[in-house]
Design a protein around this ligand. Sequence first.
Ligand code: FES
Length: 591
Amino acid sequence: YLEFVRSSDATGVDGKPMLNRYSTHLTREHDFPGAQAMLFAAGVPDRQAMQTAPHVGIASVWWEGNPCNMHLLDLGKEVKKAVTARGLLAWQYNTVGVSDAITMGNQGMRFSLQTREIIADSVETVTCAQAHDANITIPGCDKNMPGCIMGMARHNRPSLMIYGGTIDKGYSETLRRPVNIVTCYEAFGAYRYNTLRQPDDGGDTSKTKDEIIDDLERHACPGAGACGGMYTANTMATAIESMGLSLPGSSSTPASSPAKMRECAKAADAIKVCLEQDITPNKLLTKQSFENALVMTMALGGSTNAVLHFLAMAVTAGVELTLDDFQRVSNKIPFLADLAPSGKYLMADLYEIGGVPSVQKLLIAAGLLDGSILTVTGKTLAENVENWPSLPSDQVIIKDLKSPIKSSGHIQILKGNFAPAGAVAKITGKEGLKFTGKAMCFDKEVMLNEALNRGDIPRGENLVLIVRYEGPKGGPGMPEQLKASAAIMGAGLTNIALVTDGRYSGASHGFIVGHVCPEAAVGGPIGLVKDGDEVTIDAETNTISMDVTDEELERRRKEWTPPRMVVTRGVLAKYAALVSDASHGAVTDLF
Ligand code: FES
């Protein structure tokens, strides 16, 4: 079994790496005539190819109902054409994901995070079961990218990832300004609190709020591609490119760009290089490459979800990475990018000024990013970007290293009697660095959404809105809470901090703390806080605490009873039973 699944016999008779060392177990001589009959039926052209050509699995997370994923089958076909043209055997297959934006704020969101595991499970399963020698993955939406990398880490065969690409910019004629998916989410709060903005440039101001929101919905997403800001998909793609696992430029090349199609052809050359040079995921997923991922995430203002996903990828790859690493990197890396959600620009704008490789070049030159790491091209990261154009001197998206938006990273790891095992905050500094307010508790996000819907969250006194029983086990599924955070921003409620044992979308901003650990469902202190307790979030001391004594917390703990699990069968029940805590990436294979 181990020889079949994790073959270590890398050398052929000529002393070079044996490119078909996994598939040869099925295709050599006539050991498995049934398997060979099936493979001939599926498209192996002749005996020579059967016995010598490496098998490359091409896994796209394609499906039609989501702009992030709807074009991935076409990319896969392009990859297959190019792989076949280079004398390899290519097998396209599919795995599933869900749309974070479409499921956001409804019960479907509970299924989102566990799709990361489904993708990893699928890629591992097909690669190992079908004896593929190499693997190209083509993800699009948030969880797709870490799922693909976790799958690669598990099967550990030569692999690379092609990011589906970012969406183009939307434009609202009614509002006379660019719009994107977050404009829609924030419009929800503005719609409820009657603060939906009319055009402010002298345009038609006669539109009703229903006409404005209708226009936003029609024009925010102009075609294929993942959400356009430095939200979770672009954050993960950028970091993964900086780890050397995708081709230079993959993370900033828009989905609709001809360059994205060209990348598919280049991927065929790269996977051949990976096979020939035996570049396997365990040589790419190293402590240094994870360090690069963290640096890029801090410099570009990436999503808090990255913390969860990097921890999960590291656990899967056997690389030691802890929450403390995030704080260490955050302390030393300046926040440079004026990208949404906290900034003005989108990934499509960054592409126009050189894209992610130009940023990598800047950070390598500054000694902040490790250019010496190996990549899927067979070259180092520094070699990949050395001929890439530098950022133009007149660009305004990436701030100068001497005058950053913030001298350290925006992701802060907090601990304290509220979150003894850690919590993740996204604090850009725009909202201040410290917040104290009275706790207002909601035992599920839906309750907060209903309160916001009714306009029940008062302005004035500082409030810390606590959404609990939404962690990996308690949710179950650790759903994202963009709807609430976006509605609060949209409604202009500046007296609010939001704290949860669930997650936020990468598009969330404001004073937000998530991934509180231990979660409420396993008896964490977040489940013991009561309305009116004073909660303090302090990004300078990296603490989150409540003014409740240890004795009182102990008394409340004795009175606390675990909630009844509502989900007892099906995929979410399996997930809740297996999942690790958020501070260990919420993976399902850590026993
Ligand atoms: Fe797919 Fe935003 S919903 S990236």
